[in-house]
Design a protein around this ligand. Structure first.
Ligand code: R2B
Ligand code: URA
Length: 290
């Protein structure tokens, strides 16, 4: 994890994390010491259900009688703590993710944590992969099909590497039972700029500039590059963690096969089950490390 702070520690003490609505004073930092795992999801609801599952698995607390309370008083993000694990929400898209990562990592570093693992538990559209399958990302690609994450500062673009941690991926795979009712695959992912045109859909509000034939060619290229799913946060996640020296993985469930449809037509029960698959993969990993 962050071997050398990427920021001025002294100046940061007592500064205000605007997006968390939290001052970095000792009282607040004390709530965040001794953390090992950060489990991130887009939705605050799934973040809460994961906290409840972890509390049940690790502490024997019946979820019926336990509603977690966020450690930050923010309307943008939630952070729940279960022993040495944080279950957090990062919002939607790279801009929300990167803002979240800066805020959380600064907070965790100042709280004294040096050996963290970050794992995103996401949802995504599959590229030739069936709904309910789970993908562990090897490398995150930009929509231009270049691996990396382009960050613009002062009008200059810099592209950072976006490999996920292969050793962490292997530990996660090793922790899974021999047989599961769904496939767990490794592959590459694309972080798109939005859900519609950025993901080659035809069901947005604006008529696309591409044809169905163009899209077929694009999807064929994705398959050649072993890109198995499309989502919206993997590039900033991987780039940030590589720069901060934090082992990172992304485990995303597939909600639909994009070669077959644009619309997510799974029932609420199916969507719940698909999300449970990726959470289960992470819980198996965490339990294998205890
Ligand atoms: C997956 O699902 C969300 C869009 O619905 C987005 O956050 C993502 O990466
Ligand atoms: N999330 C996405 O970003 N895209 C999909 O197709 C499904 C979930």
């Amino acid at each position: 994890m962050i071997k050398n702070a990427l920021f001025d520690e002294h100046e940061s003490l007592n500064s205000y994390l605007y997006n968390f609505n939290l001052t970095l004073n000792q009282k607040n930092l004390d709530k965040f010491d001794g953390i090992k795992y950060v489990l991130m999801q887009g939705s605050a609801y799934r973040t809460e259900t994961l906290a409840q599952k972890l509390a049940q698995k690790l502490l024997g607390i019946n979820p019926k009688h336990f509603k977690p309370i966020s450690l930050i008083n923010s309307t943008k993000y939630v952070i729940y703590r279960i022993n040495d694990i944080l279950s957090v929400s990062h919002g939607m898209g790279n801009t929300s993710m990167i803002t979240f990562l800066h805020s959380l990592s600064k907070l965790l570093y100042l709280a004294g944590n040096r050996n963290l693992e970050y794992i995103r538990i996401g949802t995504s559209g599959g590229v030739g992969v069936k709904a309910g399958s789970v993908i562990l990302t090897k490398t995150a690609y930009m929509p231009t099909l270049i691996p990396g994450c382009k960050i613009s500062a002062l009008g200059k673009d810099i592209t950072y590497p976006t490999n996920m941690d292969s050793k962490l991926n292997q530990r996660i795979l090793n922790a899974q039972p021999k047989t599961t009712s769904y496939s767990i695959l490794t592959g590459n992912s694309i972080a798109a700029d939005d859900f519609y045109l950025g993901q080659a859909r035809f069901d947005g509000a604006i008529k696309p500039s591409y044809t169905h034939e163009d899209r077929l060619k694009y999807f064929a290229k994705l398959q050649q590059l072993e890109i198995r799913n499309i989502e919206m946060e993997s590039t900033s996640l991987a780039a940030f963690c590589n720069r901060a020296n934090i082992p990172v993985a992304m485990i995303a469930t597939i909600l639909l096969n994009r070669l077959e449809s644009d619309q997510v037509t799974a029932t609420p029960e199916e969507l719940k089950r698909y999300s449970e698959h990726s959470q289960e993969v992470v819980i198996n990993y965490i339990m294998s490390q205890k």
